[in-house]
Design a binder for this molecule. Sequence first.
Ligand code: FBP
Length: 252
Amino acid sequence: MSNLEKVTTRSRAIYLAYDHGFEHGPQDLLGRSIDPEYVLGLAFQGGYNAIVLHKGLAEKYYPSYRKKLPLILKLNGKTNLGKGEPFSSQVCSVNYALKLGAAAVGYTIYLGSQYEAVMLNEFGKIQEQARQKGLTVIAWMYPRGGRVENEESPEVTAYGARVAQELGADIVKLKYCGSHGCFKQAVESAGKTKVVLSGGPQVAEEKFLATVREAMAAGAIGVAVGRNVWQARDPLGMTEKIKEIVFGSTRT
Ligand code: FBP
C-alpha cells in the first residue's frame, strides 16, 4: 500500500479536521464538539479517511482508535490571540507523529507572511523526514498577512497550490476561491499534488454541499472539513451527504 493509499479510498478522501481548539479557541467547539472523544467517535462512525489532531489530543484520545482510524498529525499551530503577521510554529516532530501512530503529517504555511521563510524552511525539513518515514505530507496552504490583499483570490490560491507541488506535498489543502473555474486553475497548478477543499466557517448546509460539488468537479480529491460537520445539527447526516458527493459510486 502506498503512503497516499493509507489516507484515501480509491484516490478520494474525506478528513475530519479537529485542530480548532488550538487555532481558534474553545469558542468554536460548541456543544458536544468540546469533547475529543465525541469527535473521534464521529470520525470513526462517519467513515472518514483520517482525523486531524494536534499531539496532545492524539496522546490522550487516539490510542483506542489507532487500528481503526488513520491519523493526520498537525505539526504546527498558532492561536488567534497573537496580532500582526501570521506565523504558525512547529510544535511536534515527524518522529513523534510516527510514534503516535500518524499515517500523515500536516503543516500550515501562511504564504506571503513576513514569516513565510521560516515556515517554508520548517516544511522543507518535515517533507524530507516524512518521506524517509513513509508518511504522507499535507500542506495547509493559506496565503495570509499584510502583503496578501485577498486570501482567497484566484491568483494566490493557484500560487499556494503551485508552491505545495514544488515543495513536494502529497496533498494540499486549499480554501475555495469562489468559482469552479478558479479552483480548476488551482488544481492544475497543484499538478500531481492532490487537492482537498478546506471547509471554512459553518454556512447553510446546501451552500456548503454546493461548494463541495464545485470543488470536486474542478478536480479536488475530497475535503478536509471541521466546523461544517461537527457544528452541524446532524453531523453524521451531513457526513453522508458529503460522502455521496466525494465518493459517489467509487466508495467500496
Ligand atoms: P474548517 O473546515 O472548520 O474550516 O477546518 C479547516 C481548517 O483548516 C482547520 O484545520 C483549521 O483549524 C482551520 O481551518 C483554520 O482556520 P483559519 O482559516 O481561520 O485559520
